[in-house]
Design a protein around this ligand. Structure first.
Ligand code: SF4
Length: 383
């Protein structure tokens, strides 16, 4: 525990010494910082077991003390990946860790535990700092963005001196005030997702939803332990597009899940045809050590999985291409990633396509008139 102290007046000294005592009794591991830190002898005399004492505004010394006494736990999954650096004009904003679902193909909950949401005040402060540092696009991520706040009963926090609930809709409203692009990822299709579509229609956040549907047949969804039914999804897509015609929907699917029959796979292809999703990723099912789905009978043969994946991608490629074709002749706002390459509201970095043109500077917003569409990318001219 870090105790921030004040040592200007006697009453404050007494109060600070009392706070250190309370922290020691409650936690046992205490680093003292702040103004009273300059009176090391007094602190040591009263509380000899504090771990470290630093002076005011000495964040590096506080962090050094914290790391010395609380080494970062080894995480075999992330320690090997290293730190991912994004260009200065966009940034990932992590709002929660862990997940309350138990999808049968996934081991994330067993690795990271149940959902733990970051307090909204802290998330908003980080977002505001990023924007002040020059970030033009915030990518909201977590394992389950639409569940944000459920673990802390949507607790009210504070941002800019006013109360804000720890809840996806209020987070989106607040982020929408920052004047930058806000893009939502990993949105589980709960009913309250409907509430953020009007914010997209009003231009407060980007009209982009990354919703992992995973499959479309009730039996496979049940085996996957996912909610939602295909008809409801289709109805909701229709309604979302009615409210926000500019909406881009990205999704991911798994083909060749244990027990998936040819008829069920064909139903999935039919769903794709009806849903007309803009961007789609597809994975052939592969067992992960420790996943419940490994116990399911009727594994699909590897060559069948590969063939289904190919058919799935061919079906979707035609849909994506025809959707991109409809953008020819339109002028789109893009965020330039590098000279000649940018992204429109429909394109998340690294996973979607791009818009290509001549010129532009990284980090600026420009308008591009689209002359031609490829299978994934658009080509046009800067205005
Ligand atoms: S697939 Fe996503 S929603 Fe399902 S358990 Fe894993 S992290 Fe949670």
């Amino acid at each position: 525990m870090i105790v921030n102290t004040c040592g200007f007046i006697d009453a404050a000294v007494e109060e600070s010494l009392g706070a250190i005592g309370e922290a020691l009794a409650g936690n046992g591991k205490v680093v003292v910082t702040g103004c009273l830190g300059v009176k090391q002898d007094l602190i040591k005399k009263n509380h000899p077991s504090v771990l470290a004492i630093t002076g005011p505004h000495d964040t590096p010394a506080v962090m050094k003390a914290v790391h010395a006494h609380l080494p970062k736990p080894h995480d075999p999954y992330t320690d090997l990946i290293g730190v991912k650096l994004t260009p200065p004009h966009y940034a990932y904003l992590k709002i929660a860790e862990g997940c309350n679902h138990r999808c049968s193909f996934c081991i994330i909950p067993s690795m990271r535990g149940d959902l733990v949401s970051r307090p909204i005040g802290e998330v908003m402060q980080e977002a505001e700092n990023l924007v002040k540092a020059g970030v033009k696009e915030l990518l909201v991520i977590s394992q389950d963005t639409s569940a944000y706040g459920v673990d802390i009963k949507y607790r009210t926090g504070f941002w800019r001196g006013r109360p804000v609930k720890t809840r996806m809709t209020q987070l989106c409203e607040s982020l929408g005030e920052l004047g930058v692009w806000v893009r939502l990822h990993y949105v589980y299709p709960y009913p309250h997702v409907d509430d953020v579509i009007p914010l997209m229609a009003e231009g407060r956040i980007l009209p982009y939803l990354d919703v992992p549907f995973q499959h479309a047949t009730p039996r496979i969804l049940k085996l996957m332990r996912r909610p939602a039914s295909a008809e409801k999804v289709l109805q909701r897509l229709e309604e979302w597009r009615r409210i926000c015609p500019e909406l881009t929907v990205r999704s991911t699917f798994i083909v060749g899940f244990p027990g998936e029959t040819e008829a069920e796979f064909s139903e999935l292809l039919r769903f794709l045809g009806e849903a007309q999703l803009d961007r789609v990723g597809c994975f052939a099912y592969s067992p992960v050590d420790g996943a419940a789905a490994n116990e399911l009978p009727d594994a699909v043969a590897e060559e069948v999985k590969a063939f289904r994946k190919e058919r799935f991608m061919l079906t979707q490629a035609k849909i994506s291409a025809s959707k991109l074709q409809r953008k020819v002749g339109r002028t789109l706002r893009v965020l330039v990633d590098a000279p000649g390459v940018g992204r429109s509201s429909a394109d998340a970095p690294e996973i979607d396509g791009v818009v290509r043109f001549k010129g532009g500077k990284a980090g600026e917003f420009r308008d591009v008139t689209v002359d031609r569409a490829g299978e994934h990318d658009l080509y046009g001219r800067l205005q």
